[in-house]
Write a protein that binds this ligand. Structure first.
Ligand code: HEM
Length: 164
């Protein structure tokens, strides 16, 4: 039963990502910010996230869930968590239209050699959904951020695992 439940969870996370993935192929509009890792036009959802301080709180919750997630936490064993939280806050704040500029490494550079699988990506997406639910972020804003994250998947996933 436990296996079944976690199988369903993986499927649902995969579904969430694949449902939003087609959006990621939308042609960039003139208004879009052409940073290397932001593939979609940026829309303004910052208020739904509670401003920059809300994003910071969300990232704290999210990193807490990732750290407690036995499916993926080993990836972060040697990571500088303070720097990760700072960079993630800037990045998420920027892609949800907030007054922030991400200055960290490209997604390709940050994840090079980590052998991130699709399954790991989907577990991380699920931890983000859990964190957004916990922080009561409205579903349209959640789906928008998930679409932005899904658009970064090709730069992050570099390995195949047993689930693909
Ligand atoms: C769309 C999803 C993701 C985003 C937006 C993202 C974002 C980032 C960012 C901004 C950094 C740079 C942090 C820094 O240098 O301070 C980073 C590093 C890292 N990411 Fe991701 N990431 C994503 C998915 C994943 C996944 C699925 C994994 C593995 C399960 C992962 C594992 C890592 C690790 C281990 C590092 C640290 C690398 C190092 O210590 O140099 N990331 N990520």
């Amino acid at each position: 039963m436990k296996y079944f439940r976690s199988g369903v969870a993986v499927l649902m996370a995969g579904l969430a990502v694949s449902l939003v993935a087609p959006l990621a192929q939308a042609a960039p509009s003139a208004a879009s910010v052409q940073r290397a890792d932001i593939k979609m036009p940026i829309q303004n959802h910052i208020d739904a996230f509670g401003g920059k301080s809300g994003v910071k709180a969300l990232i704290n919750t999210f990193v807490g869930y990732v750290a407690a997630d036995p499916h993926i936490n080993y990836y972060f064993a040697h990571t500088n968590i303070k720097a990760l939280k700072y960079n993630l806050t800037q990045q998420v704040c920027e892609v949800v239209g907030g007054p922030c500029t991400y200055t960290g490494p490209t997604m390709t550079a940050a994840h090079k050699g980590l052998h991130v699988t699709t399954a790991a990506f989907n577990y991380l997406a699920q931890d983000m959904i859990k964190a957004m639910d916990q922080r009561d972020i409205a579903k349209p804003a959640q789906n928008y951020l998930l679409a932005q994250l899904a658009a970064m998947e090709p730069q992050i996933v570099t390995a195949n695992g047993p689930l693909g």
